[in-house]
Design a protein around this ligand. Structure first.
Ligand code: GRF
Length: 194
């Protein structure tokens, strides 16, 4: 595996499908001097992703790919990533599952943030599950992406206490706020030798 270190920032793509609060946060982080990444491309599977507005706001290229044909979409993304010399991918609320073949091309260089204490609650509706099960703790996890959904090696994870007064909406809000600290911290952890 090619090592991602050096003086220059690592060219990174962020993949989104929705609101993009993590995207916005990562863009701001990427522009700090200490950040090991620059964000040079935003990829979405839908033109409805609200987060696409950050492409215009922060003057970053955005591209939308139709995932109805997964293979075609992934091939086109790969061509673009190679052309732009992008070396790292952050998934941030990206709702499509990438194929084994795609991941192989970026082995160990795709990470994701997930709103649960993995391995608990892979997939969707994590906050609803945590409330329903009366969990004492919830949280978020940044992990490497492998072909198995939400199952790659954990980079960083943080817990928060679920209060008796919490419902899934309030919990989601708290976890998202926590995610905005966790994602940059995870990137620092793996891409800098502090
Ligand atoms: C976050 O909770 C993230 O953990 C999950 O999807 C949500 C995306 O939120 N994968 P946003 O689009 O970054 O605001």
């Amino acid at each position: 595996m090619e090592k991602l270190t050096g003086l220059k920032k690592i060219k990174t793509a962020v993949f989104i499908s929705g609101t993009g609060s993590n995207l916005k946060n990562l863009i701001k982080f990427s522009r700090l001097k200490k950040s090991p990444i620059s964000i040079d491309l935003i990829v979405s599977n839908t033109s409805l992703a609200k987060g696409l507005k950050y492409a215009d706001q922060f003057k970053i290229e955005k591209r939308i790919f139709d995932f109805k044909n997964l293979k075609l979409a992934e091939n086109n993304i790969l061509i673009l990533l190679k052309k732009k010399n992008l070396k790292f991918i952050c998934l941030a609320g990206f709702m499509k599952i990438l194929s084994k073949e795609f991941i192989k091309n970026f082995d160990g260089k795709i990470i994701n943030i997930h709103p649960s204490l993995l391995p608990k609650y892979k997939g969707l509706n994590t906050h609803i599950k945590a409330i329903k099960n009366k969990d004492q703790f919830a949280g978020s996890t940044v992990h490497y992406v492998t072909e198995k959904l939400d199952s790659g090696k954990i980079i960083l994870q943080k817990k928060i206490k679920v209060m008796a007064s919490d419902n899934y909406v309030s919990l989601a809000k708290k976890v998202l706020k926590q995610e905005h600290k966790l994602y940059p911290a995870a990137i620092m952890k793996i891409l800098t030798s502090l």
